[in-house]
Write a protein that binds this ligand. Structure first.
Ligand code: G3P
Length: 222
C-alpha cells in the first residue's frame, strides 16, 4: 500500500447497512483505481467478508479483539478477519475502546496472522504508549471532534504534529493518521503538511449526499 492513506470507516451508519456497504465500497474502489490513491474501507462486521471478496481495494475490520480462535462468542479474532479475506483492522476506536493490555495483545495477534493494524488514540500520550506495541499505523482522533464539521487539522493541529513526532521517535516505520471532522481536500492537504501519512474519516463520505464527489474532493490535492 502506498502513502498517503485515505481510510474510510463506515461505522454503523444506516447508509451502509446490507448491500449499501458494497455500493460505497465500489465508489471508493472506482476513485482509488482512477486516481492511484490508496483508499482503505472499513465496512460493518456483518458485511466484512462480502465486501472483502467483492472489491480489490484493501478492506479492514472496524475492530479486532485480543483472542486466538476458540470459544469466544461474539468476539472478533484477527484470525477470522484474515480468513474473511479482509487485510487489516482498526483497533481501539474511540467508539470501541480496549484496555491497554488488550491493545498490545491484539496488535501481536494481527502480526502473527499478517494483517495490518491501525490503532486509534485520543491523545499524544496514548499514541506514544501505543507506539511501543509497534502497530502498522496509529490514528490520532480527538473524540470531541468526531462526527463534527471542524477538522482536527484546524481545531488542534498541534495534536497531529506532536503525535507524528512522538510516534516517529519510537519507530519511523509506524504510519501516523489523523482523523475527526476531516471532510475536504484542504483538510487532507493540511494533515499531510503536519506530517501525517494519511487520514481516517467517516461522515465526510458515508453521510455525504454524493460520496463520489466528496471522495474526489478529499483527494484533489494529492
Ligand atoms: O473513524 C473515523 C472517525 O472516528 C472520524 O469520524 O465522521 O469525524 O470523519 P468523522
Amino acid at each position: 500500500m502506498n502513502k498517503p492513506f485515505i481510510v474510510v470507516n463506515f461505522k454503523a451508519y444506516r447508509e451502509v447497512e446490507g448491500f449499501s456497504a458494497l455500493e460505497i465500497a465500489d465508489i471508493c474502489e472506482e476513485v482509488s483505481k482512477a486516481s492511484g490513491i490508496t483508499i482503505i474501507v472499513c465496512p460493518p462486521m456483518a458485511e466484512l467478508s462480502y465486501v472483502a471478496k467483492s472489491v480489490t481495494i484493501p478492506v479492514f475490520s472496524q475492530n479486532a479483539d485480543p483472542y486466538e480462535s476458540g470459544a469466544f462468542t461474539g468476539w472478533v479474532t484477527p484470525s477470522m478477519i484474515k480468513a474473511s479475506e479482509a487485510s487489516g483492522t482498526l483497533i481501539n476506536h474511540a467508539e470501541h475502546k480496549q484496555p491497554t493490555a488488550s491493545i498490545a495483545r491484539t496488535v501481536e495477534l494481527c502480526d502473527i496472522v499478517d494483517i495490518t493494524s491501525i490503532v486509534c488514540a485520543d491523545t499524544v500520550r496514548s499514541a506514544t504508549e501505543i507506539a511501543s506495541f509497534h502497530p502498522d499505523m496509529i490514528a490520532v482522533e480527538p473524540p470531541e471532534l468526531i462526527g463534527g464539521n471542524v477538522s482536527v487539522t484546524d481545531a488542534d493541529p498541534k495534536i497531529v504534529e506532536n503525535t507524528v513526532n512522538s510516534v516517529k521517535n519510537v519507530s519511523r516505520f509506524i504510519s501516523v493518521l489523523c482523523g475527526a471532522g476531516v471532510k475536504t481536500g484542504t483538510d487532507v492537504k493540511k494533515a499531510l503538511e503536519l506530517g501525517a501519512d494519511g487520514v481516517l474519516l467517516a461522515s465526510g463520505v458515508v453521510k455525504s449526499k454524493d460520496p463520489k464527489a466528496s471522495l474526489l474532493d478529499l483527494i484533489k490535492y494529492l
